[in-house]
Write a protein that binds this ligand. Structure first.
Ligand code: ADP
Ligand code: MG
Length: 296
């Protein structure tokens, strides 16, 4: 990939993390030999400024652990993570780090803290001690960005799941982070709620120029990213454009994931002898390729 000219905003170097107790003074070699299950296993990876990255992997592959390490919620047992140059180990810089990298979780109910929408969104900037007019501006802009401004006086618990998730996202946006991590933030939503959140993620990337990393198990969401990372057993097993990653159908299936439906259909038709390209990801691309082949 051609990212040589871009700055890494999140850098992982040989990062390992286990949820099991690591005895004081244990060396990395001793940890490796101990048989403890590493949730993230010697991971080296860069996320670059302005990227839109989807992270895939079946349950337990280490995706959430990876995200929490990037946000300083977890600190690696071995290896180093720097976020906008800030080592996540430096506890006294955690507040600075959280203003750079925000995180949206799966369950919107666990992220709402106030009884009125605008108070909820104001929570972060208030804790940072901004003056009232600055807080007002941040809250209004964040609510408008997720199209929830007219709900600013509503009670969050009366909103739909998708609307609550948009409020949670506004709460993160009000902190003005440069990078936002989404950990399966569409998983609990209905199809419309999911599409709304994906639209907001795309808008953050395209219009607001933010770096976005989203964990998902929906292939139709993953194909919208510029880059897809596939995790398995705490390691990255595939990393590239959606077309590059999904063209290796066997590898994706081997880790228990599906490829996008259009990719699968094109593959089946290719096996039947049709001359179709192997980088088809969407229904539209599939129709276009089929039309061309059948008219040839
Ligand atoms: N709080 C926890 N305590 C103990 N083990 C955990 C905890 N959270 C995750 N794990 C384990 O760490 C591994 C990676 O989990 P996780 O990062 O949540 O994967 P994913 O998000 O891909 O489903 C799994 O083996 C999981 O069982
Ligand atoms: Mg997870």
């Amino acid at each position: 990939m051609n990212e040589k000219n871009r700055d890494a905003v999140i850098s992982l170097r040989n990062v390992s993390f286990t949820y099991e107790e690591v005895p004081e003074g244990m060396t990395e070699a001793e940890l490796d030999a101990s048989g403890k299950k590493l949730a993230v296993d010697h991971l080296t990876l860069d996320i670059y400024d302005g990227e839109c990255v989807a992270v895939l992997g079946h349950n337990g592959s280490g995706k959430s652990t990876f995200a929490k390490l990037c946000n300083g919620i977890l600190v690696p047992d071995f290896g180093e993570i720097t976020v906008y140059g800030i080592p996540t180990r430096e506890e006294d810089r955690l507040l600075e780090l959280r203003q750079k990298v925000g995180m949206v979780f799966q369950n919107p109910d666990n992220q709402i803290v106030a009884t009125v929408v605008e108070e909820d969104v104001a929570f972060g900037p208030e804790n940072l001690g901004f003056p009232p007019e600055e807080i007002r501006a941040r809250v209004d802009n964040a609510l408008k960005a997720v199209r929830m401004y007219k709900y600013r006086g509503h009670e969050p618990h009366k909103l739909s799941g998708g609307q609550k998730q948009r409020v949670a996202i506004a709460g993160i946006l009000a902190m003005k982070p440069d990078t936002i991590l989404f950990d399966e933030s569409t998983a609990m939503l209905d199809p419309k709620g999911r599409r709304d959140i994906m639209r907001i993620i795309r808008k953050m990337h395209v219009e607001m120029k933010k770096t976005v990393v989203y964990i998902t198990h929906y292939m139709e969401e993953a194909v919208l990213a510029d880059r897809v990372i596939v995790m398995e057993n705490g390691k990255v097993i595939s990393d590239g454009t959606p077309a590059e990653v999904f063209s290796d159908i066997e590898k994706i299936r081997a880790v228990g994931l599906d490829v996008p439906q259009a990719t699968e259909l094109a593959d089946l038709l290719r096996q039947d002898g049709l001359d179709l390209p192997n980088d088809i990801l969407t229904t539209e691309e599939c129709i276009a390729a089929l039309t061309e082949t059948l008219n040839a």
